[in-house]
Design a protein around this ligand. Sequence first.
Ligand code: NAD
Length: 474
Amino acid sequence: MAVDFTANFTMTIDGRAVESPATLQIVNPATEEVIATPPDATREQLDLAVASSRRAFAGWSATPIAQRQAAVASLAKALIANIDGLSQLLTREQGKPLSAARAEIKASAYWLAEFAKIDLPVETIEDSDTALVQVRHVPVGVVGGIVPWNFPLTLAIWKVAPALVSGNTLLLKPSPFTPLTTLKFGEIARDLLPPGVLNVISGGDALGPWMSAHADIDKISFTGSTPTGRRVMESASKNLKRLTLELGGNDAAIVMPDVDVDKLAQTLFWGAFANSSQFCLAIKRLYVHEAVYDRLAAAFVKIGQAVKLGDGMAEGTMLGPIQNRVQYERLKGLLEDSKTNGHQFLLGGELPAGKGYFFPVTLIDNPPDDSRIVREEPFGPILPMLKFSNTDDAVARANDSEFGLGASVWAGDYQQGLAIAKRLQAGTVWVNQIHALSPHVPLAGHKQSGLGVENGVHGLLEYTMPQTLSVKKI
Ligand code: NAD
């Protein structure tokens, strides 16, 4: 049956469409208009969903992995078949340009298709005449997936694919700001999975805490901010839930003096500003050697001036609005802080009047290391450009952060870049490239950027527990 991507937003519980007595109001950040009123799940509905996930677990975990992989691969095809409706809906609820929304749907499908090819490893420690000792990996059980609003579908799929391939059932909760695309994904998946294998529920601020404290959820896979991650960890302790936490970042990029500035400027710029910088792995502190600082700053100003900011549905829009008012107000606070402290602006800093949470590309010229714009994760398009003259100093400043998600090094001599990369405290360090993400490449947050891993075999194993089988051959 054809899916209507503009109306009838329902949860998916036990393979059925479910409404709720209460609703959420979803606002298009480009127009500030309410575009939909999806369900706000009650506590009883959460319990029904968890019970459904539990019932489904017995059958799904016993289903051969090849069959589970085939079901996950079918979800990839279904996403592509619905890409027009899904991407328009994603732009309307999230704000990103339509081309970026399409790219997000495609990436989500790619992740599903590739995860469907990954097998669970079995390790044989001994296989002799007298003994067999093996370690296999069994699913954890019922998993709760909690997702933020910056890449609503992709970050959900990063949980759906490994959870389902490894034999768990998943209860997925999108952000209250961006539930619509995920609810429609749940609707599409109803025909492709046994009831209860994937439940999708939407709700307000109470739903996430209910999930992380729920006695019958075995694992939480959470993507969001570091303060919320701490709260999830605390409430998950009640029944010793397994946890994967993908949290905030304040990624440093170090630009060495031997780079070709003209060649790299665009890549670096979009490494910082893609998705209006609402990107956990965006460049958030740009350390540039003094020999090339002025040239790179000038190139950034030129690129930034040409950026078309607007409604993601409009032709030619390169950056959309900030996704929600709370985040927009937070960014305004950071901007005011920089102004009050007399920071120099290379570009931006003035907010446009009118409807929509539009925030222009803003570049701050070498603010002090202890300023808020350097210490905090802005999660929006304000970038501090920071000057250095000595590599050891750049490394020490880059590492001086509670976060450790990603980092990048840009050097004409890539061997030197690699040597610097090895000194950086981050789960992923790119050299002369950025955001080279893949379903096959693990992504882990160091320090307070997270716990555990997503993607690759390492990420798949996060949804399992090792089981040792020790046999005496008598
Ligand atoms: P958030 O922490 O406010 O919310 C994330 C999700 O958690 C939402 O679904 C929310 O409803 C839910 N939630 C809120 N309070 C909860 C609680 N007490 N218990 C359980 N769930 C709760 O984050 P956000 O503002 O939606 O997203 C932005 C943050 O996410 C940034 O810090 C960004 O760096 C981070 N992020 C990290 C990654 C990564 O892979 N490391 C990826 C994307 C975003």
